[in-house]
Design a protein around this ligand. Structure first.
Ligand SMILES: NC(=O)c1ccc[n+]([C@@H]2O[C@H](COP(=O)([O-])OP(=O)(O)OC[C@H]3O[C@@H](n4cnc5c(N)ncnc54)[C@H](O)[C@@H]3O)[C@@H](O)[C@H]2O)c1
Ligand SMILES: [Mg+2]
Ligand SMILES: [Mg+2]
Ligand SMILES: [Mg+2]
Ligand SMILES: [Zn+2]
Length: 474
């Protein structure tokens, strides 16, 4: 017996609740059994199977069997019980996924291991496809080769600093210099472009005490090019970033150009190409660190810039920061979790509004990871703090450097195990469950969208898109 019509019960396949009375004793038994599997109650599953062996391969709503429900929540004990009874691991739900697919998708490696051992020849194309399609996020493209080993090679850096082939990008108070001149921009390309300067244009600025210089890396090479300038033996084109806190316009020797400094984050930086946004993510974060950490955080003394702008060394001889690993000497990155919370039923997602958002915008919840906290726990804590929703399984999807000033957004999908929303009212003024259809209408810019999503350059947008691209009911 398969596909017992339990839809009528309103059985919720993740939290295992019954929202109305089951219509027959057999259906009631099935609901209890599936509920036990999804909650990880191995003892209940075992004893029910002893009395009603037919339950083993029966599915409820959307074709989910006990094995699939246990696999989704990583309940390996229940999975072992079901496997020991000889359950059918090849069954698929109405979205075409096996229990193995579901375990892999939610990152339950131990469960996926148990399931793959029991069925070595299985084909899991669905998951491979989902993984291959993880989005590339704006600000995350590594356009330059960082060549970290060159940061301590003072002679090489100095030669490159003087080289007429080196590229300088300039920031004024952390805002990059760009151009919107038509001839610089290709058809259908970005709206603005970084203004690439040469050493002769920035010579005066380099000599000023308030200027910070950072070695970003070298242009990536397909094959080694011939040497381009006399004395410049490796032919590598180096990029540097400069920041100044005084208006540099009068020191710039630029011929007839219409350049301006663009303020982050929106819409300014979002108008750059993916390649240049990647350079900005690196440059702006390091420069912002220099502007905030001028003095030694350990003893308050003056510091010296070293390693091509990737280290600040305390000038006080006996400062403790000279011994051991001191994360005060190197550029800082703040990890932030950002998550799309999926309703236990699989077909709605949770989005929230900060008080500061423009009208209509709803986005993924997000929050800084705290010291001593892992990614999954930070996701669960922030979601509960901001929306009152409890979260079970968490799966990492992709990350995004966010150079305002220096966050790393860690994008996750998370399955809710409760549904009642209670916003904190402080950070988040409103949170709502939106259906897949509402989200699809927003992404397709339908005539009456229920809300507005952040633009494609925000990882929140990509997480929502990723969820829509997946099969339903994971
Ligand atoms: N790229 C995107 O799609 C996207 C979307 C949402 C948020 N974000 C970014 O994520 C970051 C964090 O999100 P949030 O504001 O919701 O976090 P949050 O929910 O943790 O709340 C922010 C508050 O946490 C405190 N805090 C704790 N640790 C902090 C730290 N290391 N730095 C600064 N404040 C800290 C501060 O009081 C701050 O006001 C923000 O900077 C935001 O710009 C990016
Ligand atoms: Mg937050
Ligand atoms: Mg928060
Ligand atoms: Mg927080
Ligand atoms: Zn010091």
């Amino acid at each position: 017996m398969r596909d017992l019509p339990v839809h009528t019960l309103g059985y919720d396949s993740c939290v295992g609740t019954m929202t109305s009375v089951a219509t027959s004793p057999k259906e009631q038994i099935l609901v209890r059994f599936l509920d036990g599997a999804s909650r990880g109650d191995g003892a209940l599953v075992s004893s029910m199977l002893l009395q009603a062996g037919f339950l083993l391969n029966v599915s409820g709503d959307d074709g989910w069997t006990a094995l699939m429900l246990a696999a989704r929540s990583g309940h390996s004990e229940v999975v072992k019980v079901l496997l020991s009874k000889g359950c059918d691991t090849s069954l698929v739900n109405k979205s075409g996924q096996t229990a193995y697919d579901i375990a892999r998708f939610w990152g339950h490696k131990h469960v996926a291991g148990l399931l793959s051992n029991s069925k070595p020849g299985d084909d899991h194309q669905f998951l491979d496809k989902v993984e291959a399609e993880a989005p590339e996020n704006f600000f995350s493209r590594e356009s330059l080769d960082r060549r970290c080993e060159r940061r301590t090679d003072g002679k090489w850096l100095e030669a490159k600093r003087r080289s007429p082939d080196s590229v300088y990008i300039l920031f004024f108070n952390l805002n990059p210099l760009v151009t919107s001149e038509a001839e610089e921009l290709g058809v259908g390309g970005p709206d603005i472009k970084l203004r690439r300067l040469r050493v002769q244009s920035v010579q005066d600025l380099l000599a000023k005490p308030g200027t910070t210089l950072v070695f970003l890396g070298v242009e990536k090479q397909v094959s080694p090019p011939p040497p381009s300038s006399p004395g410049d033996e490796d032919g590598l084109t180096v990029w540097f970033a400069l920041n100044t806190d005084e208006d540099p316009t009068e020191h710039l020797k630029l011929s007839g150009s219409s350049c301006f400094f663009v303020k982050p984050p929106m819409p300014g930086l979002f108008a750059l190409s993916e390649e240049e946004a990647g350079v900005i993510a690196q440059a702006r974060s390091v420069l912002a660190w220099h502007s905030r950490y001028s003095f030694c955080p350990t003893c308050g003394s003056k510091t010296r810039v070293d390693e091509g702008g990737y280290k600040r060394t305390c000038m006080k001889e006996d400062c403790p920061s000279h011994h051991g690993v001191h994360n005060t000497c190197y550029p800082r990155v703040d990890p932030v979790v950002i998550m799309l919370v999926i309703h236990p039923g699989g077909n709605q997602c949770l989005l929230g509004r900060k008080k500061t958002f423009p009208p209509g915008i709803f986005s993924c919840l997000a929050g800084f990871i705290e010291p001593g906290e892992g990614i999954e726990d930070a996701v669960r804590r922030e979601v509960e703090e901001e929306s009152g929703i409890k979260v079970g399984p968490v799966r990492y999807i992709s990350s995004q450097p966010w150079p305002m000033p220096s966050s790393l957004m860690i994008g996750c999908l998370a399955v809710a195990v409760s549904t009642e929303i209670k916003v904190d009212g402080n950070e988040i003024e409103e949170a709502r469950w939106f259906t897949r259809q509402q989200v699809i209408d927003v992404l397709r810019r339908g005539s009456e969208p229920a809300f507005v999503l952040p633009p494609r350059q925000a990882i929140a947008h990509q997480l929502v898109k990723h969820w829509i691209g997946m099969n339903a009911n994971l």
